[in-house]
Every structure is written in structure tokens, then in C-alpha cells.
Design a protein around this ligand. Sequence first.
Ligand SMILES: [Cu+2]
Length: 113
Amino acid sequence: MRATYTAGPMRWSILGKEVTTWGYESQLPAPLLRATAGDLVEVTLVNQLPEATSVHWHGLAIANAMDGVPAVTQPDIEPGSQFRYLFTFPMRALTGSTRTTACSSNEGCTPRS
Ligand SMILES: [Cu+2]
């Protein structure tokens, strides 16, 4: 499974009001990624946000270097740069959750589903 996601500011309508927020591929929630246990997952994250980011694959037992904890398991993905996540989708989740989490070095991790 191969995908490219661009993280960036976007306009969104909520309760009839237009707001500026952040999203992947200008969608809330982000487009769904589907993988089967044993699949090779290659996701390139392009950062068009005004600050550094990463993707934490919450609940997946994958290599530490691909786990997406900014400044701990990987360097920040700086604005205007990109990072390629590459891992084999595990046979089972650690927590039963496969929801991903978007992380910011300034604000910590916030679940996004
Ligand atoms: Cu986690």
C-alpha cells in the first residue's frame, strides 16, 4: 500500500461557519488508509503546515524509527519538507486501536480520527 498525504492548512465549514484548520489532503477526517497484516506500508508525509509535524501510528507495533514521535523516534518533519514512513503492517495492534495521531513538537500529540 502506497500513499502520499499532504498536511496543511485548509478551510472547513462547521455549523455553517467557515474556519481555518489543519488536515491531510484538505479533508476532515483524512482519507482512510487500508492495509492488511503483512502488507508493506509506504506513506510519504508532505508537510505544508507552518510548523513541524509527524505521524504517530498509535497502537501499531512497528519499528521505532517509523513510530513518529517527534524529536524522540524521528526528527521533526519541518515545514516544506517530507518524510517517508515505511513498515510492514503488523499482525495485530498493541491496543486494539489503529487510530493515528498527528503530533506537533510544540503542542504534543492530539488524537485525530
Ligand atoms: Cu501511541
